[in-house]
Every structure is written in structure tokens, then in C-alpha cells.
Design a protein around this ligand. Structure first.
Ligand code: FES
Ligand SMILES: [Fe+2]
Length: 384
């Protein structure tokens, strides 16, 4: 059954004061790489809010509303000096908590600066990623997922902007049916007897995709964690019949789809492979932390001459962006294979209601004992 216009609006709008926006604000979200914050402040947009992210002279991270509380000049052009971020226009100086430390031009005995508090948000770093929290206090714990904290492996990271609403990307992560068609290869056409299952868990949704290839049966397991992250793992040999995944042999990946505004989304990916005798067990995708948040051009997708189809890395973006900036779900026709998407929307609505009732939505962690390391085990397995 398609969504009503009102339901589609409720699930897709992520700005301040919107139902989904308020729910999403109960979680930490990736916003940048630590390595991006060596020099000047970075401008970022998160959940419809324009922000300036910086590291002060003492190494503390700050995330401030972008526009100066004086007369609105962007703090991305500010100077990192004198214990904070100084606006380039008239020199107001802010610390990482939004206190005004200096207001040049005002009388020295003025208390004006004590009466202004600039909006500031919490930020934390883990595994080279800067995470931001825009919700009410007290902030929950930043989840310590296994591949973020494991010390027995190597990580590779990248991030880019995708030009569509975040929910199209989140829905893709619980839609396993597209593996065979969007990520087609000559081998995927040989898959038979495909079976999809999706079930709600205490962290989000667990999807499995089973199929027969020749005499063998294979099962892909994918974990979706509220509100916008999924983990997939690949433990495949080169001749594995899953084919599209065989190039990702031996590593696991976390992917976050983070709303910037309602029509642009940051896509962060972290790859992890264990080290054995000092060597990674997988050929890792290139690390792009130094490039920071890359952009992309909607409608422009890399072409793979060897397969005669859009290159693997752009296939999902093509499918998601071509649904439109905010897909009009009043026009869709969901079938049995869309069970994961149906469960996801139900879970989102439930979490929106939970937040309205003043409680924590699914996946929010406050108990440190439950956050030492959160093991997530996805993968691809032969079914016995
Ligand atoms: S606008 Fe920032 S100090 Fe005046
Ligand atoms: Fe995909």
C-alpha cells in the first residue's frame, strides 16, 4: 500500500521541529573526518541546520550554528585564535560551547557578551569520524560498534554527498531484492529460488537474502540499525557466485545516510578488515579521508565498459537519485519483496511516536556496560 502525502511528509522531512527530524535528533550522526579539521573551520549542514565545525587551539572540537550571533556572517570564514573561533566581520570570539569570549568594539565594562549565547552542539571522535548530536540533553552514548573500536584490523573511510532525500537511501539498505537487478552481472542471472526475510530486532531490522546458485544455497545477512546505518559483511572467495560482492572479499562495511537538508544526504562508509601477520585480509577500497566530504553530480554516473552498465559504486546512487529529490510515495506499488521497506517505515513511525511521548527510540544507548563494544555480525554464508 502506498503512503499518503502526509505520511510521506512525516517520514522525509528532517529539519528542526519536524516529527522525523525530532526523532533523528536523538542519535549521533557522522558529520566529518577528524583529518578534515586541521586548518580552517568547515561548513556542514546536518538535519536542516547550517553549522561551522572546527578544532580550537587546545584541540577541542566545536560545532556552532553557522551564522554569527552579531549580524549573521558565516563562521566558516572565522579565525581560530585566542582560545576560540573569531568571526571574520567584527571579531566576536566564541568558545566551543557557544560562550562569547570577546566583543571588540563594545565598552570594556559591558555585560553584553554574557547575555548572548550562541547555539553550540556536542561533537565526539571515534575511528577518525567526527560525530555530532543535535538533540536535547542529556546526550546518549556514542555507540561503540565493533569495527569502530577493534584494534586488530585496518580501516578505510570515504564520504560523499548524494542528491536525494535520506529516506530513499535508508530504504535501499533494507531492500535486498535489488542486489540481483541493480547490481547485475552475468552471474546474478543464475540466482534461483530467492527468498527474502526481514524482521524487527532490538536495534533495527535484520534482513536475509537466500538464493540457490547451481547446487549451493547462499545467504546474505544485513543489519540495519536505527536510524540510518547498516552493516554488511563479505567473506567471499573470488569464485563466489554472489559475483557482485566478490570484489569486496573479506571486509565489513558500515554505511550511514545522514540528512543534510531534505534533498541532500551525506553517505559515510567505513570499511574494516582484520590484520593477520600485519596484513589486511582483504583488498581494501581506497581511503579518502584526506579528500573530506566529496560531492557528486545527479544524473552523472560512472560507466563500466567491461560490464556495459553503470559502475558498481554509482549504481545505488543512480537508483536513489532518479526516484526524485523527495520520492512521492503516493505513487508507488509495494509488493511482497518490499517487506523490509514496509517494516522500516513502521519502525520509523513507532520511533517518532516514542519520541513524542518523551522516551528514547530504538537503539539509543545510555548504559556504559552495554557500550564497551557492540558486536554486529553480518555476512554471507553457505546454507547447510
Ligand atoms: S557579524 Fe560576526 S562579529 Fe559581526
Ligand atoms: Fe545496493
Amino acid at each position: 500500500m502506498a503512503l499518503s502525502f502526509e505520511e510521506n511528509e512525516m517520514l522525509t522531512r528532517a529539519g528542526p521541529g519536524t516529527p522525523a527530524g525530532e526523532m533523528l535528533r536523538r542519535y549521533w550522526h557522522p558529520i566529518a573526518f577528524s583529518r578534515e579539521l586541521k586548518g580552517r573551520p568547515k561548513r556542514r549542514t546536518l538535519l536542516g541546520e547550517d553549522l561551522a565545525l572546527f578544532r580550537d587551539e587546545q584541540g577541542r572540537l566545536g560545532l556552532l550554528a553557522l551564522r554569527c550571533s552579531h549580524r549573521g556572517t558565516s563562521l566558516e570564514y572565522g579565525h581560530l585564535e585566542d582560545g576560540g573561533l573569531r568571526c571574520c566581520y567584527h571579531g566576536w570570539l566564541y568558545d566551543v560551547e557557544g560562550r562569547v569570549l570577546d566583543q571588540p568594539g563594545e565598552p570594556t565594562d559591558s555585560t553584553f557578551r554574557e547575555r548572548v549565547r550562541h547555539p553550540a552542539y556536542k561533537v565526539q571522535e571515534l575511528a577518525g569520524i567526527v560525530f555530532a548530536y543535535l538533540g536535547p540533553e542529556p546526550a546518549p552514548l556514542l555507540p561503540r560498534y565493533d569495527v569502530l573500536v577493534r584494534e586488530d584490523g585496518t580501516r578505510s573511510l570515504n564520504a560523499r554527498v548524494v542528491h536525494c532525500n535520506y529516506l530513499q537511501m535508508v530504504e535501499n539498505s533494507v531492500d535486498q531484492h535489488h542486489f540481483k537487478w541493480l547490481h547485475r552481472t552475468p552471474k546474478t542471472r543464475l540466482w534461483k529460488d530467492e527468498q527474502l526475510t526481514s524482521e524487527v530486532t532490538d536495534f533495527g531490522i535484520l534482513d536475509t537474502f537466500t538464493r540457490r546458485v547451481g547446487e549451493e544455497r547462499y545467504r546474505t545477512i544485513s543489519l540495519f540499525l536505527m536510524p540510518n546505518m547498516n552493516k554488511v559483511g563479505y567473506h567471499l572467495s573470488e569464485d563466489h557466485p554472489a559475483a557482485f560482492a566478490a570484489t569486496h572479499e573479506g571486509y565489513e562495511a558500515l554505511r550511514w545516510r545522514v540528512p543534510m537538508d531534505d534533498t541532500t544526504t551525506m553517505h559515510f562508509t567505513l570499511y574494516f578488515a582484520p590484520l593477520v601477520d600485519g596484513k589486511a585480509t582483504a583488498k581494501m577500497p581506497q581511503d579518502r579521508q584526506d579528500e573530506g566530504l566529496g560531492d557528486s553530480i545527479p544524473g552523472k554516473y560512472r560507466w563500466d565498459e567491461t560490464t556495459g552498465w553503470i559502475a558498481r559504486g554509482d549504481q545505488d546512487r543512480c537508483a536513489q537519485e532518479s526516484q526524485g529529490p523527495i520520492f512521492d510515495r503516493t505513487r508507488e506499488h509495494l509488493g511482497v519483496s518490499d517487506e523490509g521497506v514496509i517494516l522500516l517505515r513502521r519502525l520509523f513511525k513507532q520511533c517518532i511516536d516514542t519520541v513524542k511521548n518523551g522516551q528514547d527510540p530504538v537503539g539509543v544507548i545510555r548504559d556504559p556496560a552495554k557500550n564497551e563494544i557492540i558486536r554486529l555480525v553480518p555476512g554471507e554464508y553457505r546454507v547447510t
